[in-house]
Design a protein around this ligand. Structure first.
Ligand code: CP3
Length: 347
């Protein structure tokens, strides 16, 4: 048997501190890359791109070939779960459009029966990527956390105030819980399928965790996340889960303690000193460069990267942004970041 090569990302999740730390970027595949735009033009629409394994695998590998990140994140989308549950999903110029699931009656029309079959192309893409990745590059799978996925399903797209989803959750907690359970079961299937196909780590994106007061955060962010982590680890004890409860603020700590995640994705505004003292003292952290600094580049980028590495690089740490790469980011700035990340930090 060939011994598995020690991938830097996996070493960090085994408790090691590396200098330089491994790095990857949320939304590292996407519109800032000219080769992605060319690939995107070959698919009928964004959902077909995600569900055509050779194209999705190619989109996943593009940033790795150019910049050599330590991890590839499978090219897919969190909204494939509502699609798999039978909700109509499209992407217009400005973002996703779904037929809103406004109440428990609308939710009753959804079904988990087809999830595995409808998401099978994603698993096939993951398997293809695994065979093509360099030996030191880890494969990350992902899903949206149920709360964030529910916001898109209920609001019908990206929202400004999330009034409809919060109103339903507060007015009809039992009906809303049934929707979350449906999403939760589909998410477990989605993640377990990615892991079975070769993903070594998965990230749960809870992009809108930060809009809930504490009781809702516990009920709709922490509890579903904990159940997903538990179910996933029953199926694959060796897989690792990164939780990214964006905007959780003072609730980051409770999320860390109660969900069972193996690592925490820090959003842009989590203070480094706080993260180091209160979060990274218990589990590896990942983050949290402001994506605008990557867009700006130059001395501002170099200084911020060094400050992050000084602040978090003395314990298990994965370098990343605090949110996704912006589409207008110059490719040269990402190349410059790759050069910075290749150097150990001295002093
Ligand atoms: O490189 C990667 O990080 C992997 C691929 C990835 C995509 N979406 C591809 C994508 C990942 C990890 C996601 C996660 C995702 N999708 C999230 C969580 C992270 C976050 O940004 O908060 C959310 C909320 C979504 C839902 C979604 N998908 C929205 C709101 C949009 C429209 C906004 C936009 O950026 O266009 C998408 C579309 C999308 N997902 C694109 C890509 C590359 C752009 C589609 C295109 O090519 O036209």
């Amino acid at each position: 048997m060939i011994e598995t090569l020690p991938k830097p990302l996996l070493r960090v999740f085994a408790g090691e501190t590396l200098n330089p730390p491994p790095w990857w970027l949320m939304r590292q595949a996407g519109r800032y890359l000219p080769e992605y735009r060319a690939l995107r033009a070959r698919a009928a629409d964004f959902v077909s791109l995600c569900l055509t394994p050779p194209l999705a695998a190619e989109a996943t590998l593009q940033p790795i070939r150019r910049f050599g990140m330590d991890a590839a994140i499978l090219f897919s989308d969190i909204l494939l779960v509502p699609y798999a549950l039978g909700q109509k999903l499209g992407f217009r110029g400005d973002g996703p459009a779904l037929d809103p699931v406004a109440d428990r009656h609308a939710a009753a029309a959804l079904s988990g029966g087809q999830v595995g079959a409808r998401l099978a192309p994603v698993f096939e893409a993951a398997a293809r990527v695994r065979t093509e990745l360099p030996a030191s590059t880890a494969l990350i799978g992902f899903a949206g956390a149920p709360w964030t996925v529910a916001t898109y399903m209920v609001e019908g797209g990206t929202s400004r105030d999330f009034a409809a989803v919060r109103a339903w959750a507060y007015r009809d907690p039992a009906g809303f819980a049934a929707l979350l359970e449906l999403i939760e079961a589909a998410t477990i299937e989605f993640l377990a399928g990615q892991v079975a196909a070769g993903a070594e780590i998965v990230q749960l994106f809870d992009s809108w965790a930060g809009i809930l007061p504490e009781p809702g955060f516990v009920r709709w962010v922490i509890e579903p996340t904990r159940r997903i982590v538990t179910a996933l680890k029953q199926r694959c004890p060796e897989c690792r889960v990164i939780g990214f409860p964006r905007g959780a603020g003072l609730l980051y700590e409770r999320y860390m303690l109660e969900t069972g995640v193996d690592g925490l994705g820090l959003d842009t505004v989590v203070p480094i000193g706080y993260a180091s003292a209160r979060l990274q003292s218990r589990i590896p952290v990942q983050g949290n460069l402001d994506p605008v600094l990557l867009r700006v580049g130059g001395a501002a980028l170099a200084e911020a990267v060094a400050a992050l590495r000084r602040g978090l690089g003395n314990a298990p740490y994965v370098f990343n942004l605090g949110h996704g790469v912006l589409p207008e980011t110059p490719v040269e700035n990402v190349a410059e970041l790759a050069r910075l990340m290749a150097e150990p930090l001295s002093d």
